[in-house]
Design a binder for this molecule. Sequence first.
Ligand SMILES: CC(C)(COP(=O)(O)OP(=O)(O)OC[C@H]1O[C@@H](n2cnc3c(N)ncnc32)[C@H](O)[C@@H]1OP(=O)(O)O)[C@@H](O)C(=O)NCCC(=O)NCCS
Length: 206
Amino acid sequence: MAVNAVRNAGEMSDAPPPGIKPLPGRVTSPRLTLRRWHHDEAATLSAGVAASLEHLRPWMPWARFEPLTLTERVRLIEGWTRDWEEGGDVVFGIFLDGEMIGGAGLHRRSGPGTLDIGYWIHVDHVRHGYATELTAALTTTAFGIDGIQVVHVQTDEANEASASVPAKLGFRRSATNKRVPEAPAESGRLIDWTMTPDMWPHALHL
Ligand SMILES: CC(C)(COP(=O)(O)OP(=O)(O)OC[C@H]1O[C@@H](n2cnc3c(N)ncnc32)[C@H](O)[C@@H]1OP(=O)(O)O)[C@@H](O)C(=O)NCCC(=O)NCCS
């Protein structure tokens, strides 16, 4: 199969196998470019995560595995690329004038017809509206994909900064679910924020 051939060659391709429709690999907003990571950018990603680690640790479950070695980071990016090529999640770097200022993703974890948005912003770039801007751009992008009828953002009840993002954009607080906390500051109460095309003004322009 084409994906394996690419894998065996040790190369990452932007061309998906025939018949598979990957999620968009690049999204732009007025100030930001969101694009997939390439494995030769592992050091850039590591530097951004390292600078923000104490800011990320309370909320991002994956932060407990940091710092990754360069080899581990390359493998992580290669795994993201394979997932994307096979029609799964897409993981983006967020770039402002070419500088990496965070990470985001569109995730299929809530099942068919739904995409979940995740995000983090580099500690030196918070409070400039970037998370709000990229969430708006990803929501518009998601509703432009065939079959996507719901966009979710999930935030822990204790993470007020994160919850403000979907709240500001008019997402509806649809449910609160209990779960075992996955990061040190989490309460274990996960809020589901929901958007549908009829509630999304930007969908009019799709
Ligand atoms: C949550 C996070 C992504 C917000 O990013 P950001 O780019 O600073 O967010 P925005 O600038 O778009 O802020 C949107 C609103 O959120 C609220 N907000 C953001 N940071 C806040 C903070 N530290 N305290 C209180 N409210 C905050 C504000 O209401 C803000 O609007 P305002 O600036 O007009 O008042 C960022 O703080 C972060 O990366 N946190 C660590 C990782 C994380 O929690 N990720 C989300 C996991 S679900």
